[in-house]
Write a protein that binds this ligand. Structure first.
Ligand SMILES: Cc1cc2nc3c(=O)[nH]c(=O)nc-3n(C[C@H](O)[C@H](O)[C@H](O)COP(=O)(O)OP(=O)(O)OC[C@H]3O[C@@H](n4cnc5c(N)ncnc54)[C@H](O)[C@@H]3O)c2cc1C
Length: 390
């Protein structure tokens, strides 16, 4: 048994990209159907991003019922540490913008409540398997639900917001074709019960490697330290983890507490060679991946769909294909800026396993250059807080 439905825009994936896109389309009067292979509970409980740019938070806060400004916490700067000393980067003073600590799963809770409240057709536990008639004017998403029942969605346009293993990307480029870089390290991440160790996030470079002292809430903290990409998250005791973290933030004592989650995150950079073909496009992690040092992944996903919604308004409301023809180039402009920023923060702050004494002294010279000049600090502040949407 296969059910067939028809809509204007079929969206595969109810992550930040898919949900924000459906909201923007609905505001413009364009109908969409979203499918996601996960349940609503799974989507709402997966802990991922935390740092959101000013433009992202402004967009989220404009959606009815958003808790972006109540649950979210504004951060006006970060501390960059190296050589045992801390240096504040004053985002508000240098770039006139801030970032917000608003956990991704809280943002998704708000988005799902808003979309479902507005009557959005959204189907959980439904997995897309292929896109048929991909080169025509009525492509079809072929999917199956958890009970094995088939679903086909015929649409004027299909958007792949289906994350890094995107099915829609395969229909666009015929493969996982793109620009790719793997890094020789990853992050060992923990969630712990403790008060914050500092008012703002600490990005620390040390001879032992990098650490990020981030936050989740007044009682739960997120911390990461540089590790081998194939490190086993269960191989270290809690005491060893705290020793590793304390050693990577010399001169600043971290407040320790019970660790209740640990994971290892691999570092990759990826940009798909083709973002759009005919009536198909990919957005968010389906189109690109960044290492997490620059906190750009979810922000880029929102920026992609902000631009795409304007282009789809042209196509579907005014029969004007020109904005769509320019969409990929406009999106790629920001994507590559974010790729560069994420790569730059990563290479400036991590210690490569094969780093020589020269590399290490050069790196400290770079860090001193950045914090020692207003131009250097402003460059970091502008990239971290993000460029205006659109
Ligand atoms: C530990 C960690 C920390 C991070 N921190 C930050 C940060 O501070 N700031 C930031 O901006 N970004 C951060 N990121 C990145 C951010 O989480 C991602 O970039 C973001 O989730 C991308 O959103 P998306 O909607 O494109 O994809 P996803 O969130 O991956 O959503 C894709 C959705 O598609 C669904 N799906 C996949 N395949 C199918 C299919 N075949 N059929 C149906 N549904 C499907 C999935 O179930 C999923 O719900 C972090 C990531 C991690 C892992």
């Amino acid at each position: 048994m296969t059910a067939a439905v028809r809509t204007q825009v079929a969206i595969v994936g109810a992550g930040p990209a898919g949900l924000v896109l459906s909201h923007l389309l609905a505001e413009a009067g364009i109908a969409s159907i979203i499918i996601d292979r996960r349940s609503r509970e799974e989507i709402e409980s997966t802990i991922r991003a935390g740092i959101l740019e000013q433009g992202t938070i402004d967009l989220l806060a404009s959606i009815e019922g958003s808790r972006a400004h109540t649950v979210g916490l504004r951060h006006d700067g970060i501390e960059l540490r190296f050589d045992g000393a801390g240096h504040r980067i004053d985002f508000a003073g240098l770039a006139g913008r801030s970032v917000w600590l608003f956990p991704q799963h809280e943002a998704l809770r708000d988005l799902l409540a808003a979309r479902i409240g507005a009557g959005q057709d959204i189907r959980f536990g439904v997995t897309a398997t292929t896109v048929e008639d991909a080169s025509g004017t009525l492509p079809r998403v072929v999917a199956v639900d958890d009970a094995g029942t088939g679903l086909e969605i015929a649409a004027d346009f299909v958007v792949g917001a289906d994350g890094s293993h995107s099915v829609v990307r395969r229909a666009i480029s015929g493969s996982h074709d793109g620009y790719f870089r793997e890094y020789p390290f990853g992050w060992f991440g923990i969630l712990c019960e403790a008060p914050p160790s500092a008012d703002e996030l600490i990005y620390s470079n040390s001879p032992d490697g990098f650490a990020l002292i981030s936050q989740r809430s007044p009682t739960v903290q997120r911390m990461y330290f540089q590790c081998a990409p194939d490190a086993d998250a269960d191989a270290m005791s809690d005491a060893q983890i705290w020793d590793a973290l304390q050693a990577r933030v010399p001169g600043h004592a971290l407040i320790e507490g019970p660790i209740f989650q640990r994971d290892v995150l691999r570092f990759r950079s990826f940009v798909a060679r083709t973002l759009r073909a005919g009536r198909l496009a990919i957005v968010g992690d389906a189109a690109h991946t960044v290492p997490p040092t620059g906190a750009k992944g979810m922000n880029l996903a929102v920026a992609d769909v902000f631009l795409l919604s304007r282009a789809l308004e042209g196509l579907l409301l005014r029969s004007d294909e020109r904005p769509l023809d320019g969409w990929a180039e406009a999106a790629l402009d920001r994507i590559w800026k974010a790729q560069h920023f994420s790569w730059w923060m990563t290479s400036m702050l991590h210690v490569a396993p094969d780093a020589t004494d020269f590399d290490r002294h050069r790196q400290l010279g770079e860090l001193r250059t950045v914090v020692g000049s207003e131009a250097g600090r402003t460059y970091l502040a502008e990239g971290y807080t993000g460029w205006p949407l659109g």
